[in-house]
Design a binder for this molecule. Structure first.
Ligand SMILES: [Zn+2]
Length: 161
């Protein structure tokens, strides 16, 4: 028996002001787009905005439903739009922000487990990592160079071969 370690690095910024102009713009856009979320139940409005390698900007928000499992997260809305409109186009960066009507919106949130799985598959399909910029309406910002780092030992299509 031997023990394996898993760790990854990510960048931590004290505020959006420390980001490059491109990253700052994308996170600002995500903050703005949170207004389009349909989240009457959680009152937790999430937005994801992706810049694609062809320069297109694709945004999405969480869409809830009275039948709770029918709801979908902002990240997977964006991935579905990209796969439908630009099926062979990798994501350069995806910014994720949120507005929490129940409390603060002052720290980065990261994708839920289902979205991590979806991001992993998207990377596999595009053969390119998805870079994440995570931040609330204010406060610290995290940058993760490859979303799949958030899902170690992931289950992928390779396991089915
Ligand atoms: Zn999710």
């Amino acid at each position: 028996m031997k023990k394996q370690d898993y760790h990854f690095n990510y960048e931590v910024f004290d505020s959006i002001d420390e980001l490059s102009e491109d990253d700052k713009w994308l996170l600002d856009e995500a903050r703005e787009v949170t207004q389009h979320a349909y989240a009457p139940y959680s009152r937790f409005q999430v937005a994801a905005v992706a810049k694609l390698s062809n320069g297109e900007i694709i945004s999405g928000t969480n869409q809830e439903n009275a039948s709770f499992p029918a709801g979908i997260c902002a990240e997977r809305v964006v991935l579905a739009i990209i796969s439908s409109l630009y099926p062979k186009t990798p994501i350069e960066s995806m910014a994720i922000s949120y507005f929490n009507h129940n409390g603060e919106s002052n720290h980065p949130i990261s994708p839920c487990g289902i979205c991590r799985q979806a991001l992993q598959e998207f990377k596999e399909k595009m053969k390119a990592p998805v870079r994440l910029i995570l931040g609330g309406m204010h406060g610290k910002v995290y940058i993760i160079e490859d979303a799949s780092l958030l899902l170690p030992l992931s289950f992928t299509s390779h396991d089915m071969q």
